[in-house]
Design a protein around this ligand. Sequence first.
Ligand SMILES: *Cc1c(COP(=O)(O)O)cnc(C)c1O
Length: 375
Amino acid sequence: MRPLQMVDTKSQYLKIKDRVDAAVIAVMESSQFIGGQVVNNFANNLAKYNGSKHVITCANGTDALQIAMMALGLKAGDEVITPSFTYIATVEVAALLGIKPVFVEVDKQTFCIDPIAIEKAITPKTKAIVPVHLYGHAADMEAIMAIAEKYNLFVIEDNAQGIGNNYSFSNGTMKKTGSIGHIGCTSFYPSKNLGAFGDGGAIFTEDDELANKLRMIASHGQSKRYYHDVVGCNSRLDAIQAAILDIKLEHLDEYIDARIKAADFYDKAFAGISKIETPFRAANNMHVFHQYTLILHNADRDALSAALAAKGIPSMIYYPVPAHRQKMFDAFGGSDFHLPVTDWLTERVISLPIHTELDEEQQTFIADAVKEFLK
Ligand SMILES: *Cc1c(COP(=O)(O)O)cnc(C)c1O
């Protein structure tokens, strides 16, 4: 059996090695390392894939979120409503800009922000909602967009884990996550569903004016070369990453199918085991399984993790400490938030290896080991 990993980017690379190697060499030979046709082509192809009018590429997913907040004019003293049950980047960038993250609960099944909790947390200072499509399951965007419209708020989707997910509205319209809010943000960190061979990120919007602002802010606030109209930053996707991503984008749907198939396998293997709650999938989204995350009931998670590790099976806790309990947010009153669902999930979740290269032998071995321990 091939060794087990949380993600197997090496095997994935080997399947497209010839094209990727040629594309990287072509960039080196062109010496157009920053900007240029290769980056533009990828941005256009990604826009087409996502059904988005504009794609602005940038250096990473964290920058994408920060640039989004800057472009919407959010500033110190404003509030954004976000889940606490997320990767730190979502909320860190708000804090960096002096914006107060107002942490709210997630849904116990989908792990995504709870729309009822959002509405309760709105104050006169609220400017935006930042839903996260955690683990690849779409947040309840229809309800979130309705709240945003009612209270005149912006929506920034953190689509770092959700890229490729098809979300259906009750009227039958289907949209890709990341193209539903005013701005969508994603990451091409190597382990993400569309991963580069280094860092990368992108920002999506339908709005022409916002697209200009986003582009300007990502490029030192310049309207044209050496004319800097607003305070910006320096955030670029380089051409080598764009060349690789453009090839991998052609395979993204196939990669997602492989992840869903792996999730189906686990679901079946764990069916009927009372200590395991397998991932919920709302009918209005496809769940792209960036992570395959179980909720354990009445089981010793650390002991399970150790038992798996002893057999060479990695597992991870995403995330062991919710954002509101991070020291980073002491100064923002993080510990004042009372989020029992978030705390409850934080203590019970465990993620198993899921990626595009898992085979049945590996999955059987993993599932048997989990079942053996929980017996
Ligand atoms: C990965 C990730 C980010 C940050 O992306 P980077 O490219 O690592 O900066 C933000 N939000 C979520 C939910 C993520 O998973």
